[in-house]
Design a protein. Structure first.
Length: 349
């Protein structure tokens, strides 16, 4: 059998799968302790001085217990933003030769032998500030702190209220909650150029987008009604996180009743081929930074974009939107866009 499972009461893949052998145990431990973490101590200090100090403590790195018995001092110089890491060096046989702490460029990829202790900003040869909020793991599977600060930013709404949202209405366009139907309805009037838009802004940058040294991914799920018949020709609708047009965003755009996946990187917009030209109720987008953005419509139609990907962040407050939806008409027929729920996640590594 090609697939083996340990532990297995039935010996899936062979009777040896029930044996608590060293290889089996090692593999199992690798699953149950998936990442390096700080067990205790290893705090950073030294604000305003030319020396970064790491306090005594202990950590798990690459499945090994690493203990620091006395404080480590690292001189700083110049100006920059660094990752402070505790790193193991291995010999050709995979045995540990040494362990050392150092400040490295945030662009340096972390390996299984690296433990990130915190970010350090250095200005003119002195520690300017120490930042734990963008990755300091204190358990193998995450803590409440990791979940609330390091791991993700989340936004969910079923539109019980639109207090705190900003609306923009042109030529008698409307944005209103339809309680009987359980949705938010955006509608134009019968005047050419009529439009309706609603936005939910982020006061600060969108999670780790302000730090290019972090890996993050985004998931956007929208349920509602994007109806080719209702929107029809001479219409345009946007449903994105970020800002429409060429500004940084991921999401969907409907033009003339045809639905596309869309991304913006700050200077250009890129669209998928047509995903559907009929009614769609469930939209899903997934952004893996530097790799791709993939789109689904009703969990069947799918497209992937690998060029023109979003990067960096929009600094302008007007572009920091965790939700943007709009509809516009260029003829004399009313157009409608209905949204029942909006879910967005930005996951950090």
């Amino acid at each position: 059998m090609a697939i083996k499972v340990f532990p297995s009461a039935n010996g899936v893949g062979g009777a040896a799968q029930k044996v608590l052998s060293e290889p089996n145990l090692g593999t199992w431990l690798g699953v149950t302790a998936p990442r390096n973490y700080i067990a205790n101590g290893l705090d950073l200090s030294g604000d305003g001085t030319a020396t970064l100090t790491i306090s005594p403590g202990a950590a798990i790195i690459a499945g090994r217990v690493v203990t620091v018995d006395e404080a480590i001092e690292i001189p700083v110089s110049g100006t920059g933003f660094y990752s402070c890491r505790l790193t193991l060096a291995l010999d050709a046989l995979g045995n540990v030769e040494s362990a050392a702490a150092a400040l490295v460029s945030t662009d340096t990829p972390a390996t299984v032998n690296d433990l990130h202790l915190g970010h350090v900003s250095v200005s003119l040869g002195k520690v300017r500030f120490i930042d734990y909020s963008r990755g300091r793991y204190t358990s193998p599977h995450g803590t409440l702190y990791d979940s609330m600060v390091n791991r993700h930013v989340a936004f969910d709404t079923f539109f019980e209220s639109i207090d705190g949202y900003q609306t923009s209405l042109v030529s008698s366009g409307t944005v209103a909650i339809n309680a009987a139907e359980g949705c938010l309805k955006l509608a134009t009037s019968t005047t050419s150029g009529s439009s309706a838009a609603i936005s939910k802004y982020s006061y600060t940058y969108l999670g780790s987008l302000e730090r290019p040294d972090f890996t993050y991914e985004q998931w956007l799920s929208i349920e509602g009604l994007v109806d080719g018949v209702e929107l029809g020709a001479s219409s345009e609708a946007w449903l994105v996180v970020g800002a429409p047009g060429v500004k940084r965003h991921i999401g969907f755009v409907s033009v003339g009743g045809q639905l596309f996946g869309t991304i913006g990187n700050g200077s250009a917009e890129t669209r998928t081929p047509v995903l559907t030209d009929s009614t769609s109720r469930r939209l899903l987008a997934h952004h893996a930074p530097g790799q791709y953005v993939e789109f689904w419509v009703d969990y069947s139609a799918r497209a992937v974009l690998t060029t023109g990907l979003p990067y960096g962040s929009e600094l302008a407050a007007a572009d920091r939107r965790i939700m943007y939806a709009s509809i516009k008409t260029s003829d004399t027929f009313s157009k409608e866009l209905r949204i029942s729920s909006w879910h967005w996640r930005q996951l950090h590594e």
